[in-house]
Design a protein. Structure first.
Length: 300
């Protein structure tokens, strides 16, 4: 239940909404937050919490080119103030999934998620970013995210944290996670923010029921895809989605666009003298390999 109390390290008792608002108020920089907004329930939650907290922020939606049309329209209709961000390459051309695949010479996979890096993660550089990350969403997030996360923090920052006796953990990619909320850590977080991108995860300790209770109790409309059985809403064909094959059948236009991108990828591999035999001989075979379909599965 959202109304359950939570004891902070300062001994203060408050419910999860109050605690999230306190976090937002405690860390807000003078220029305001960069709020990462996807249109999903978790980012909606932090958006409305930031409104309740009265903190300064600007919300940004990274256009991926593969988000469900229903989600894109939902954001346009319900959150007109959210800024749409489109990544561009060195030549000034928009970066999309359709030109990334031939450029990378392979589809994105669970272990090579270049799409997230190219289309989303570079946004908000140098800003203190608010996210809707929740620890309960995955084991990796629970292990590598805290209230404050500083990606790729240098040795100097880590040594300073140790010297200040700050409770933190190191992530596999060289970042640090500040685990608690007391005043010492607030000062340290503010110091580290100026050294690079830092993330505030105000609902890190919420579960899915907390999110839905907050949205519903405040009369906040959600994307219709949740009513169609979606638990999470993300890119069509995302390799992290176990239902990617079903998604592509639901959106045949996107399936065809992936096949066209695979065809250009195969051509680019040929030009570079890279192998395409076996599983990558045709766009359909690439699709079958990518979706981990059974050998007897036929493709259009």
């Amino acid at each position: 239940m959202l109304g359950q109390t939570k004891i902070t390290t300062d001994g203060e008792i408050c419910d999860k909404v109050e605690l999230a608002i306190k976090r937002l108020k405690a860390f807000c920089p003078s220029e305001g937050y960069y709020l990462a907004f996807s249109g999903g329930k978790d980012s909606q939650c932090v958006y409305h919490l930031a409104k309740k907290a009265g903190v300064k922020f600007d919300a940004h939606y990274c256009v991926t080119s593969v988000d469900p049309p229903e989600l894109v329209q939902f954001i346009k209709t319900n959150y007109p103030d959210v800024k749409r961000e489109i990544q561009h390459d060195r030549n000034g051309d928009p970066v999309t999934m359709w030109n990334l695949i031939p450029r990378k010479l392979m589809p994105p996979t669970r272990t090579a998620r270049y799409c997230c890096e190219e289309l989303k993660e570079s946004s908000g550089a140098g800003r203190f970013t608010v996210t809707g990350v929740r620890g309960g969403e995955s084991a990796n997030r629970k292990r590598n995210q805290g209230v404050i996360t500083i990606p790729r923090a240098g040795k100097k920052v880590q040594k300073t944290l140790e010297g200040e006796n700050i409770n933190f953990t190191q992530t596999p990619k060289g970042g640090v996670v500040l685990n608690y909320d007391n005043a010492e850590k607030r000062r340290m977080a503010e110091y580290c923010i100026r050294t690079g991108k830092a993330l505030l995860n105000p609902i890190i300790d919420w579960d899915e029921d907390d999110v839905w209770e907050f949205l519903n109790s405040n009369g906040i409309e959600h994307c219709c895809l949740y009513d169609r059985g979606y638990k999470r809403i993300g890119c069509i064909g995302c390799p992290m989605n176990t239902a990617a094959a079903a998604d592509l059948e639901r959106y045949p236009k996107y399936k065809r666009m992936y096949l066209n991108a695979f065809a250009r990828m195969i051509q680019a591999r040929k030009q570079k003298g890279l192998g395409i035999e076996g599983r990558w001989e045709t766009p359909e075979k690439v699709m079958k390999w990518w979706l981990e379909l059974p050998d007897d599965e036929t493709e259009e």
